[in-house]
Ligand binder design. Structure first.
Ligand code: NDP
Length: 335
Protein backbone atom coordinates (compact mmCIF):
# COMPACT_ATOMS: atom_id res chain seq x y z
CA UNK A 1 0.00 0.00 0.00
CA UNK A 2 1.30 3.45 -0.86
CA UNK A 3 1.86 5.51 2.28
CA UNK A 4 3.40 8.97 2.28
CA UNK A 5 2.81 9.74 5.92
CA UNK A 6 5.46 10.71 8.46
CA UNK A 7 5.12 10.01 12.18
CA UNK A 8 5.77 12.90 14.56
CA UNK A 9 6.90 11.74 18.01
CA UNK A 10 7.02 14.48 20.68
CA UNK A 11 9.03 14.55 23.93
CA UNK A 12 6.39 12.99 26.19
CA UNK A 13 5.84 10.06 23.81
CA UNK A 14 9.59 9.39 23.57
CA UNK A 15 9.76 9.04 27.36
CA UNK A 16 7.03 6.38 27.18
CA UNK A 17 8.40 4.55 24.14
CA UNK A 18 12.08 4.43 25.13
CA UNK A 19 12.33 3.14 28.73
CA UNK A 20 15.85 3.13 30.17
CA UNK A 21 16.38 -0.66 30.53
CA UNK A 22 15.26 -1.26 26.93
CA UNK A 23 17.40 1.62 25.69
CA UNK A 24 20.50 0.14 27.38
CA UNK A 25 19.99 -3.05 25.35
CA UNK A 26 19.34 -1.08 22.15
CA UNK A 27 22.63 0.78 22.74
CA UNK A 28 24.51 -2.50 23.31
CA UNK A 29 23.27 -3.82 19.95
CA UNK A 30 24.01 -0.54 18.13
CA UNK A 31 27.53 -0.19 19.51
CA UNK A 32 28.33 -3.85 18.87
CA UNK A 33 27.13 -3.45 15.26
CA UNK A 34 29.31 -0.34 14.92
CA UNK A 35 32.35 -2.20 16.28
CA UNK A 36 31.68 -5.02 13.77
CA UNK A 37 31.75 -2.47 10.92
CA UNK A 38 28.00 -2.58 10.21
CA UNK A 39 27.55 1.19 10.50
CA UNK A 40 28.43 4.21 8.40
CA UNK A 41 29.00 7.36 10.42
CA UNK A 42 31.15 10.36 9.64
CA UNK A 43 32.34 12.66 12.38
CA UNK A 44 29.56 15.07 13.33
CA UNK A 45 29.39 18.40 11.55
CA UNK A 46 29.45 21.19 14.11
CA UNK A 47 28.94 24.85 13.18
CA UNK A 48 29.96 27.26 15.94
CA UNK A 49 27.57 30.20 16.30
CA UNK A 50 28.52 33.85 16.76
CA UNK A 51 28.59 33.46 20.56
CA UNK A 52 31.54 31.04 20.22
CA UNK A 53 29.89 28.79 22.81
CA UNK A 54 26.65 27.74 21.11
CA UNK A 55 26.63 25.26 18.26
CA UNK A 56 24.47 23.76 15.53
CA UNK A 57 25.29 20.12 14.74
CA UNK A 58 24.26 17.51 12.17
CA UNK A 59 24.88 13.85 12.99
CA UNK A 60 24.01 11.38 10.19
CA UNK A 61 24.38 7.58 10.34
CA UNK A 62 23.35 4.38 8.61
CA UNK A 63 23.04 1.41 10.91
CA UNK A 64 22.16 -1.77 9.02
CA UNK A 65 18.88 -0.86 7.27
CA UNK A 66 18.20 2.17 9.49
CA UNK A 67 18.98 5.59 8.01
CA UNK A 68 18.80 8.82 9.96
CA UNK A 69 20.30 12.02 11.21
CA UNK A 70 20.06 14.12 14.32
CA UNK A 71 19.87 17.87 13.75
CA UNK A 72 20.47 19.68 17.00
CA UNK A 73 21.18 23.09 18.51
CA UNK A 74 23.41 23.06 21.60
CA UNK A 75 23.09 26.16 23.78
CA UNK A 76 24.89 25.50 27.11
CA UNK A 77 23.72 28.88 28.47
CA UNK A 78 20.15 27.58 28.42
CA UNK A 79 20.79 25.97 31.83
CA UNK A 80 19.69 29.32 33.28
CA UNK A 81 16.50 29.47 31.17
CA UNK A 82 13.32 27.37 30.81
CA UNK A 83 14.77 25.79 27.65
CA UNK A 84 16.87 22.64 27.44
CA UNK A 85 20.45 23.07 26.29
CA UNK A 86 19.99 20.46 23.51
CA UNK A 87 17.01 20.91 21.17
CA UNK A 88 16.26 19.46 17.76
CA UNK A 89 14.90 16.45 15.91
CA UNK A 90 15.94 13.05 14.65
CA UNK A 91 14.91 12.29 11.08
CA UNK A 92 14.37 8.57 10.42
CA UNK A 93 14.14 7.21 6.84
CA UNK A 94 13.36 3.84 5.25
CA UNK A 95 15.90 2.15 2.98
CA UNK A 96 13.40 0.91 0.37
CA UNK A 97 12.18 4.20 -1.14
CA UNK A 98 13.99 6.67 1.10
CA UNK A 99 10.74 7.80 2.74
CA UNK A 100 10.89 10.00 5.83
CA UNK A 101 9.23 7.65 8.32
CA UNK A 102 9.50 9.72 11.48
CA UNK A 103 10.47 13.05 13.00
CA UNK A 104 11.33 12.51 16.66
CA UNK A 105 12.09 14.98 19.46
CA UNK A 106 15.84 14.94 20.00
CA UNK A 107 16.09 16.47 23.51
CA UNK A 108 14.41 13.45 25.07
CA UNK A 109 16.25 10.90 22.94
CA UNK A 110 19.60 12.58 23.73
CA UNK A 111 18.83 12.62 27.45
CA UNK A 112 17.85 8.94 27.51
CA UNK A 113 20.29 7.37 25.04
CA UNK A 114 23.36 9.16 26.49
CA UNK A 115 22.56 7.89 29.97
CA UNK A 116 21.75 4.45 28.55
CA UNK A 117 25.22 4.26 27.00
CA UNK A 118 26.75 5.22 30.37
CA UNK A 119 24.52 2.55 31.92
CA UNK A 120 25.93 0.01 29.47
CA UNK A 121 29.50 1.10 30.29
CA UNK A 122 28.76 0.80 33.99
CA UNK A 123 27.23 -2.64 33.51
CA UNK A 124 30.40 -3.74 31.70
CA UNK A 125 33.06 -1.97 33.79
CA UNK A 126 31.96 -1.08 37.33
CA UNK A 127 32.54 -3.47 40.23
CA UNK A 128 29.45 -5.73 40.35
CA UNK A 129 28.29 -4.74 43.84
CA UNK A 130 28.75 -0.96 43.39
CA UNK A 131 26.29 0.79 45.70
CA UNK A 132 27.84 4.27 46.15
CA UNK A 133 27.22 6.68 43.26
CA UNK A 134 28.40 10.27 42.75
CA UNK A 135 27.01 12.62 40.13
CA UNK A 136 28.73 15.91 39.27
CA UNK A 137 26.22 18.23 37.60
CA UNK A 138 22.49 18.54 38.23
CA UNK A 139 20.91 19.17 34.83
CA UNK A 140 18.99 17.00 32.38
CA UNK A 141 21.74 14.39 32.03
CA UNK A 142 22.08 14.09 35.81
CA UNK A 143 18.45 12.92 36.06
CA UNK A 144 18.69 10.32 33.31
CA UNK A 145 22.09 9.15 34.56
CA UNK A 146 20.62 8.46 37.99
CA UNK A 147 17.93 6.38 36.30
CA UNK A 148 20.50 4.49 34.20
CA UNK A 149 22.80 3.75 37.15
CA UNK A 150 19.82 2.48 39.18
CA UNK A 151 19.04 0.11 36.30
CA UNK A 152 22.47 -1.58 36.29
CA UNK A 153 23.87 -1.51 39.83
CA UNK A 154 22.40 -1.90 43.38
CA UNK A 155 22.84 1.82 44.18
CA UNK A 156 21.93 2.69 47.77
CA UNK A 157 23.62 6.07 48.22
CA UNK A 158 23.99 9.04 45.88
CA UNK A 159 26.09 12.14 46.44
CA UNK A 160 25.42 15.07 44.11
CA UNK A 161 27.49 18.15 43.49
CA UNK A 162 26.68 21.05 41.22
CA UNK A 163 27.55 24.75 41.44
CA UNK A 164 24.01 25.85 42.19
CA UNK A 165 22.61 24.71 45.53
CA UNK A 166 18.99 25.03 44.41
CA UNK A 167 19.40 22.71 41.46
CA UNK A 168 21.26 20.02 43.36
CA UNK A 169 18.59 20.12 46.10
CA UNK A 170 15.85 19.76 43.46
CA UNK A 171 17.61 16.77 41.91
CA UNK A 172 18.05 15.21 45.35
CA UNK A 173 14.35 15.63 46.16
CA UNK A 174 13.34 14.14 42.78
CA UNK A 175 15.71 11.21 43.20
CA UNK A 176 14.52 10.39 46.74
CA UNK A 177 10.88 10.35 45.63
CA UNK A 178 11.58 8.37 42.49
CA UNK A 179 14.02 5.78 43.84
CA UNK A 180 13.76 5.92 47.64
CA UNK A 181 17.54 5.97 48.15
CA UNK A 182 19.76 8.02 50.43
CA UNK A 183 20.79 11.20 48.56
CA UNK A 184 23.25 13.77 49.91
CA UNK A 185 23.73 17.13 48.12
CA UNK A 186 27.39 18.19 48.56
CA UNK A 187 29.13 21.57 48.66
CA UNK A 188 32.21 20.29 46.85
CA UNK A 189 32.93 17.80 44.10
CA UNK A 190 35.62 16.23 46.27
CA UNK A 191 33.12 15.52 49.05
CA UNK A 192 30.72 14.01 46.51
CA UNK A 193 33.17 11.59 44.89
CA UNK A 194 35.12 10.44 47.95
CA UNK A 195 34.59 6.65 48.30
CA UNK A 196 32.22 6.56 45.30
CA UNK A 197 32.31 3.34 43.28
CA UNK A 198 30.63 4.90 40.25
CA UNK A 199 31.09 8.56 39.25
CA UNK A 200 29.20 10.35 36.46
CA UNK A 201 30.46 13.75 35.30
CA UNK A 202 27.61 15.50 33.49
CA UNK A 203 28.50 19.19 33.66
CA UNK A 204 28.94 21.79 30.92
CA UNK A 205 32.30 22.76 32.44
CA UNK A 206 35.26 23.24 30.12
CA UNK A 207 37.81 22.71 32.89
CA UNK A 208 38.31 19.72 35.21
CA UNK A 209 35.64 19.22 37.86
CA UNK A 210 37.04 15.79 38.83
CA UNK A 211 40.60 15.32 40.05
CA UNK A 212 42.36 11.98 40.01
CA UNK A 213 43.59 12.27 43.58
CA UNK A 214 39.97 12.17 44.81
CA UNK A 215 39.05 8.98 42.91
CA UNK A 216 39.07 5.82 45.03
CA UNK A 217 40.69 2.60 43.78
CA UNK A 218 38.13 0.46 41.96
CA UNK A 219 35.94 3.38 40.88
CA UNK A 220 34.34 3.54 37.44
CA UNK A 221 33.86 6.99 35.85
CA UNK A 222 31.43 7.92 33.08
CA UNK A 223 32.85 11.17 31.63
CA UNK A 224 29.97 12.62 29.64
CA UNK A 225 29.82 16.41 29.78
CA UNK A 226 32.75 17.52 27.60
CA UNK A 227 32.28 16.83 23.88
CA UNK A 228 34.87 19.05 22.19
CA UNK A 229 38.66 18.89 21.91
CA UNK A 230 39.29 22.01 24.00
CA UNK A 231 37.10 21.06 27.00
CA UNK A 232 37.52 18.44 29.69
CA UNK A 233 35.93 17.46 33.00
CA UNK A 234 38.73 15.14 34.20
CA UNK A 235 42.24 16.26 35.11
CA UNK A 236 45.26 14.50 33.65
CA UNK A 237 45.88 12.37 36.75
CA UNK A 238 42.34 10.97 36.64
CA UNK A 239 42.89 9.80 33.05
CA UNK A 240 46.46 8.54 33.48
CA UNK A 241 45.60 6.31 36.42
CA UNK A 242 42.61 4.59 34.76
CA UNK A 243 41.87 2.12 31.98
CA UNK A 244 40.22 4.26 29.30
CA UNK A 245 37.34 3.13 27.06
CA UNK A 246 35.58 5.28 24.46
CA UNK A 247 32.41 5.12 22.39
CA UNK A 248 34.47 5.38 19.19
CA UNK A 249 38.22 5.77 18.68
CA UNK A 250 37.93 8.07 15.67
CA UNK A 251 35.61 10.42 17.55
CA UNK A 252 37.86 10.39 20.63
CA UNK A 253 40.89 11.29 18.50
CA UNK A 254 39.07 14.39 17.21
CA UNK A 255 36.59 15.47 19.87
CA UNK A 256 37.56 14.24 23.36
CA UNK A 257 39.43 16.90 25.36
CA UNK A 258 39.45 14.45 28.28
CA UNK A 259 41.78 12.31 26.14
CA UNK A 260 43.41 14.86 23.81
CA UNK A 261 44.61 17.31 26.49
CA UNK A 262 46.55 14.68 28.55
CA UNK A 263 47.89 13.35 25.23
CA UNK A 264 49.08 16.84 24.24
CA UNK A 265 50.83 17.01 27.63
CA UNK A 266 52.51 13.67 26.71
CA UNK A 267 51.08 12.08 29.85
CA UNK A 268 49.48 9.36 27.67
CA UNK A 269 49.56 8.24 24.05
CA UNK A 270 46.98 6.64 21.74
CA UNK A 271 47.58 3.22 23.27
CA UNK A 272 45.98 4.50 26.50
CA UNK A 273 42.58 3.86 24.89
CA UNK A 274 41.94 0.20 25.72
CA UNK A 275 38.98 -0.13 23.39
CA UNK A 276 35.51 0.88 22.30
CA UNK A 277 32.36 0.05 24.24
CA UNK A 278 31.08 -2.03 21.32
CA UNK A 279 34.26 -4.10 21.45
CA UNK A 280 33.60 -4.73 25.12
CA UNK A 281 30.08 -5.90 24.26
CA UNK A 282 31.60 -8.26 21.68
CA UNK A 283 34.27 -9.36 24.23
CA UNK A 284 36.99 -8.50 21.71
CA UNK A 285 38.79 -6.29 24.26
CA UNK A 286 39.39 -7.00 27.94
CA UNK A 287 37.43 -5.21 30.65
CA UNK A 288 38.35 -4.57 34.27
CA UNK A 289 40.89 -7.07 35.58
CA UNK A 290 40.52 -6.53 39.35
CA UNK A 291 38.45 -4.70 41.95
CA UNK A 292 41.06 -2.00 42.55
CA UNK A 293 41.52 -0.87 38.97
CA UNK A 294 40.00 2.49 38.03
CA UNK A 295 38.10 2.61 34.72
CA UNK A 296 36.78 5.47 32.59
CA UNK A 297 34.19 5.47 29.86
CA UNK A 298 34.62 8.62 27.77
CA UNK A 299 31.28 9.42 26.12
CA UNK A 300 31.00 11.77 23.16
CA UNK A 301 27.67 10.65 21.76
CA UNK A 302 27.32 8.95 18.37
CA UNK A 303 24.75 9.30 15.60
CA UNK A 304 24.24 5.50 15.60
CA UNK A 305 22.85 5.85 19.14
CA UNK A 306 20.24 8.30 17.84
CA UNK A 307 19.37 6.24 14.75
CA UNK A 308 19.07 3.01 16.77
CA UNK A 309 16.82 4.85 19.25
CA UNK A 310 14.73 6.25 16.38
CA UNK A 311 14.23 2.77 14.88
CA UNK A 312 13.15 1.39 18.26
CA UNK A 313 10.81 4.33 18.96
CA UNK A 314 9.25 4.04 15.48
CA UNK A 315 8.59 0.31 15.95
CA UNK A 316 7.13 0.89 19.42
CA UNK A 317 4.95 3.73 18.13
CA UNK A 318 3.56 1.52 15.35
CA UNK A 319 2.76 -1.15 17.94
CA UNK A 320 1.08 1.22 20.42
CA UNK A 321 -0.49 3.89 18.19
CA UNK A 322 1.58 6.69 19.74
CA UNK A 323 2.53 9.87 17.86
CA UNK A 324 0.77 11.89 15.17
CA UNK A 325 0.79 11.26 11.43
CA UNK A 326 1.43 14.03 8.92
CA UNK A 327 1.48 14.11 5.10
CA UNK A 328 4.60 16.08 4.21
CA UNK A 329 4.79 15.04 0.55
CA UNK A 330 6.96 12.62 -1.37
CA UNK A 331 4.40 11.17 -3.81
CA UNK A 332 4.88 11.84 -7.54
CA UNK A 333 2.38 14.28 -9.01
CA UNK A 334 -0.49 12.52 -10.84
CA UNK A 335 -0.08 12.79 -14.63
P1 NDP B 1 22.09 21.08 31.45
O1 NDP B 1 22.18 22.43 30.84
O2 NDP B 1 20.77 20.53 31.77
O3 NDP B 1 22.98 21.03 32.80
C1 NDP B 1 24.28 21.50 32.80
C2 NDP B 1 24.91 21.24 34.17
O4 NDP B 1 26.28 21.63 34.07
C3 NDP B 1 24.28 22.03 35.28
O5 NDP B 1 24.22 21.24 36.44
C4 NDP B 1 25.28 23.17 35.50
O6 NDP B 1 25.50 23.57 36.83
C5 NDP B 1 26.57 22.48 35.14
N1 NDP B 1 27.61 23.45 34.73
C6 NDP B 1 27.55 24.34 33.72
N2 NDP B 1 28.71 25.02 33.63
C7 NDP B 1 29.50 24.54 34.62
C8 NDP B 1 30.82 24.84 35.06
N3 NDP B 1 31.56 25.77 34.44
N4 NDP B 1 31.33 24.15 36.11
C9 NDP B 1 30.59 23.19 36.72
N5 NDP B 1 29.33 22.88 36.36
C10 NDP B 1 28.80 23.53 35.31
O7 NDP B 1 22.89 20.14 30.44
P2 NDP B 1 22.72 18.58 30.19
O8 NDP B 1 22.52 17.91 31.48
O9 NDP B 1 21.76 18.37 29.09
O10 NDP B 1 24.17 18.22 29.61
C11 NDP B 1 25.28 18.19 30.50
C12 NDP B 1 26.56 18.11 29.68
O11 NDP B 1 26.57 16.88 28.93
C13 NDP B 1 26.69 19.22 28.63
O12 NDP B 1 28.03 19.66 28.55
C14 NDP B 1 26.30 18.54 27.34
O13 NDP B 1 26.86 19.13 26.19
C15 NDP B 1 26.86 17.14 27.57
N6 NDP B 1 26.18 16.12 26.78
C16 NDP B 1 26.93 15.05 26.34
C17 NDP B 1 26.35 14.06 25.58
C18 NDP B 1 27.14 12.87 25.14
O14 NDP B 1 26.62 12.08 24.36
N7 NDP B 1 28.34 12.67 25.65
C19 NDP B 1 24.94 14.15 25.15
C20 NDP B 1 24.23 15.27 25.73
C21 NDP B 1 24.84 16.20 26.52
P3 NDP B 1 24.48 24.31 37.80
O15 NDP B 1 23.44 23.26 38.08
O16 NDP B 1 25.27 24.67 38.96
O17 NDP B 1 23.99 25.49 37.00
Amino acid sequence: MTDARTLIVPHADVEQLLPMPACIDVMADALAATARGDALLPLRQVLRLHSGRDAFAVMPAILGSAIGAKVIAVFPGNDATPYESHMGVILYFDDTHGRLLAIIDASSVTAIRTAAVSGLATRLLAVPNASRLAILGAGVQAMTHLEAMMAVRPIRELRIWSRGEARRDQLAAWGRTRFGIDIVPCDSAEEAVRDAQVICTVTASRDPVLHGRWVAPGAHINAVGASIASARELDTEAVVQARLYVDRRESAMHEAGDFLIPRAEEAIDNSHIVGELGELVLCSVAGRSDDRERTIFKSLGLAVEDVASARFIYQQALATGAGTWLELGGLRPAT
